[in-house]
Design a protein around this ligand. Structure first.
Ligand code: TRP
Length: 292
């Protein structure tokens, strides 16, 4: 049997897991366990880059997330599961990588400016936040991972990791008689749906727009009812545009084919209203999350 390729991925424990994580990340990890040598970890040091003033949430959500992983099917008999800060070599390697990483490489990472602009209530003009992609590089190359299962938003991080590895290997090639020290990781892109939150922005802890796996039915109802649907549809009998509507995206992930087709037709015809559709979606989500 061919040797399995290794996969490494982590989640920042800055709050409980939400639907976006489940569809975009965790369900994919569960599948990867069959084909890869998987390392999954709680990226608690990464969480400190934004939650440095609120570290309590990190230890609390680390436990919750672990429970969510197990509930979703991440299997400790198949995968290596760990907490980043328990493996001090992550920090040690980040320090060493920092010595040879040009500042401009880090400043150019799109998420650096993007998150700073979105989280205006927090000072993220810090050394730690700028160095985030470097710590992420250490996480991955420490284990000689071949693949990093990530969403498209993380691809620039992996690209940067590859550049850093190339630079590192190049600088030390003479000393190692031409042998590469680290492996260049590749992204493992999954066609995970981009799940929007009720406010139509990407569902993200940072935007406070999440439907959590542990939310109670009442909370789920409230969140779904607050959703902004098709902005072009003002009156109930205006023809809708399902492809523009996040509730329709939710249907595609959680409803059966007959419901998906029916909602699509009725929305276009202006015979189902957004409120009715949202009520139906709330109940669908509640039963979907019940076993979890
Ligand atoms: N940056 C990732 C995120 O926000 C989390 C993460 C940290 C990660 N280290 C990693 C993902 C290493 C993959 C590999 O989702």
């Amino acid at each position: 049997m061919a040797v399995q390729q290794r996969v490494v991925s982590g989640v920042r424990p800055t709050g409980n897991l939400h639907l976006g994580h489940l569809h975009g990340v965790i369900q994919n990890w569960v599948k990867l366990q069959a084909d890869y040598d998987c390392f999954f970890f709680i990226a608690d040091w990464h969480a400190l880059t934004t939650e440095y003033d609120n570290p309590k949430i990190i230890s609390q959500s680390a436990r919750e997330i672990l429970a969510d992983w197990l509930a979703a099917g991440i299997d400790p008999d198949k995968s290596t599961i760990f907490i980043q800060s328990e493996v001090k070599q992550h920090a040690e390697l980040q320090l060493l990588l920092a010595m040879l990483t040009p500042l401009g490489w880090l400043e150019r990472v799109p998420s650096f400016k993007e998150i700073q602009q979105n989280l205006t209530h927090k000072d993220l003009n810090t050394y730690g936040f700028l160095g985030y992609p470097l710590l992420q590089t250490a996480d991955v190359i420490l284990y000689n991972a071949h693949r990093v299962p990530v969403g498209t938003d993380q691809v620039p991080h992996i690209e940067l990791s590859r550049e850093i590895v190339r630079r590192f290997n190049h600088i030390f090639r003479k000393a190692t008689s031409g042998t590469d020290i680290f492996l260049e990781p590749q992204p493992l892109l999954t066609q995970s749906p981009k799940l929007l939150g009720p406010d139509r922005r990407k569902m993200s802890k940072s935007y406070d727009n999440c439907i959590y796996l542990a939310d109670s039915p009442d909370v789920i109802r409230k969140k779904v009812m607050s959703a902004i649907t098709d902005p072009a549809r003002v009156k109930k009998d205006d023809p809708g545009h399902p492809e523009e509507c996040l509730i329709y995206d939710y249907h595609k992930l959680h409803s059966d084919q007959a419901t998906i087709s029916r909602v699509c037709e009725e929305c276009k015809a202006g015979t189902i209203g957004c409120v009715e559709d949202k009520k139906m979606m709330a109940e669908t989500l509640i039963s979907f999350l019940k076993p979890h």
